[in-house]
Write a protein that binds this ligand. Sequence first.
Ligand code: URA
Length: 440
Amino acid sequence: MLPQEIIRRKRDGLELSGEEIAFIARGITDNSLSEGQVAAFAMAVFFRGMTTAERVAMTLGLVRSGVTLDWNDLDLPGPIIDKHSSGGVGDKVSLMLAPIVAACGAFVPMISGRGLGHTGGTLDKLSAISGYDVQPDVATFRRVVREVGCAIIGQTDDLAPADRRLYGVRDVTATVESIPLIVSSILSKKIAAGLDGLVMDVKCGSGAFCDTEVMARDLAGSLVTVANQAGLSTTALITDMDQVLGRDVGNALEVLETIAYLTGEGPRDPRLHEVVMALAGEMLALGDLAPSVAAGRARAEAALADGRAAETFARMVAGLGGPTDVVENPGRYLAHAAVIKPCTAARPGHVVGMNAREVGIAVIGLGGGRSHADDAIDPAVGFTEFVDVGTKVRTGSPLCLVHAAREVDADEAIARLRKAIRIGEPAPPPRPVVIDRIVE
Ligand code: URA
């Protein structure tokens, strides 16, 4: 087979065979495909798309490029279940969900990413806890999953290495936004993690990669179909990302919000709670730890209420090198910003909408996110007490508190937020946070 002939066939809109796609995936892995050929293939797929069969073949080709984790030898007394989000602003759901479902008997080996662009990354949030090792050796990862029930760590080099090469090329050739390539990229890493089941949280709205419901449905539908055909039981929820999720945005600030949520201290944001519980119900039902999603949700509520989820979070942090008392004394281990300043409403009315993407970009402006993959970040900065869409405000009412390293940064963020948060009339109708559930 010749790479250029396969690229030509895809360029001309023909369906590739399983063998052809496997050949391409091998060529990406062993470098027998040049950078130019990988880029041309990605661009051909971007314009011509892929059938479901091609997507399944691509996913499995990327899986075969590296190792697949095997949990069988640990004889775990429960299913291996994970959740993956397509990324949002204020999305700290993984930090809450992994310990909740682990406390209900699931095992969650969660391999997460760093933030890039306007969306935050789970790994950056956990890195804000002093001592937490996001890149432990495999033995430590497996031990924490076995002993605690969950471990959240960074991508390892040996899972789906062809995806890393392909993603690197896509990133610099304007081919990231291709549903078939996104589906195979996400699912290859999840299948390589040796899961029994996966729940996808496909975010939809201004703060998400999918900014329309049509796109979110397209992505969620394909993820569910391709994953199931590739042998991984998967369901998906489409959830709202047209406003910040929860009350706080920023790495250390979201860890604080997580600890308050798990311990029941302070108000619980109802939209965030709804997303966490809906996903927990899905995960527990998928793993046969509950007879239905509703029953799974009830189990999750109980694990949260009686403190088991908070204890599991604490044990995960300690197991991965963090402090043993982070839940009791979070302020000791998380950085604080030097400047805290309110962003206030410039006019009276209702918060009628929000550009969540701009809020994420404002966090980058404060130094809390990255413009380039190797940028250092300031974990302390961000926003707290973020206003909800629908809230009635007067002139001067706080829309949020800005946490910044310098006064000038806080002022810049305030100017950006005032543009991102739209105030007007009438009050918008309430929007459900879980938009739809997608199953096979
Ligand atoms: N996340 C991934 O892992 N891959 C993509 O292609 C997009 C988002």
